[in-house]
Design a protein around this ligand. Sequence first.
Ligand code: NAD
Length: 380
Amino acid sequence: MRIAVLSETDAAEPRVAAVPETVKKFMGLGADVVVQSGAGLKAGVPDSDYEAAGAAIATSAEEAARDADLVLKVRRPGADELKLLKSGAAVVAIMDPYGHDAELKAMADAGISAFAMELMPRITRAQVMDVLSSQANLAGYRAVVDGASEYGRAMPMMMTAAGTVPAARVFVMGVGVAGLQAIATARRMGAVVTATDVRPATKEQVESLGAKFVAVEDDEFKQAETKGGYAKEMSAEYQKKQADLVATHIAKQDIVITTALIPGRPAPKLVSEEMVASMKPGSVLIDLAVERGGNVAGAKPGEVVTTDRGVKIVGHLNVPGRLAASASALYARNLYAFVETLVDKEAKALAVKWDDELVQATNLTRDGQVVHASFQPKAA
Ligand code: NAD
């Protein structure tokens, strides 16, 4: 069994799909691991560390991918990479499949078995493979660090001989994995933290982290969580009540971190232009939903916008990639845990159980077809 770890071709992707620790584990499964030279550099892993862990270093993607049974990547392989892969190879990555029918077909045409890590079901058995959580957790942490660095004042209250610096007020909107970590991080830095969400279960979680919960707690709120644990899209009436509440609260905040997402829908618009305009000069908004349409009016993907009143709106892309070493280490462990389920340890070979629920949930293409139920080509 030959496993290839390729460099990411997207210059904006500094993460890598394997780290020395997981290379050793793959070798323990009886695999040969080949790493493309330089694949880990942006995540702080030189070729020599992979070599020390037992990997061979290939000088090109072509050499690394040649005859590989399994290819590990962070992002979906592009057309140039698909040409390098042998038919029947398995490729595991964050595939970003929604709205990319042509790219899915290209993977099917290349004959590969593509697995999308972000489609992993959120069940107990697959927790260790949950890339959404591992990456969102880091994004939530990084959002606070970015907020603190853009904010021209201190986060904790400081009583000095020269006077007192007040604690920053941080407001977290959307309390999923990223939001919870943002609350915890802002609290550790000494901020006064409030948070909001439409799912009632989050109230207790917010309070257990020492923050204050702010939300419209009406009948709709009590039923806003789907069976899967996600948020529903709220009615126009609820959104109006929520906006009124947020409008009075946000004007007093120094740093606002938004993380709100609804599966399969554009991100809800939570902060209007008027709300941004009501904030104090020097305050900062960090929009973690910017890649899905954004929660904040005026947020621009990949940019830090300063309004004419001196409020900064931060729209960094690939926020987990801003912590490339930690994000790669956790992602690599998520991948290893999944790949382990695809391997016959006695035969030391890939032996995918196609009826396993983890495989069914993540497998996009196989034997020249797009096989995933959610991505079937539409009938003409
Ligand atoms: P997400 O990224 O889909 O959304 C982020 C947050 O935004 C959610 O808390 C959501 O309720 C909130 N939101 C949506 N619309 C909003 C609005 N209009 N106003 C305010 N907030 C809004 O969420 P996630 O981080 O993926 O977590 C979703 C759920 O999955 C949670 O219940 C979480 O506990 C659960 N989860 C389960 C597992 C597991 O069982 N293995 C792992 C991770 C997360």
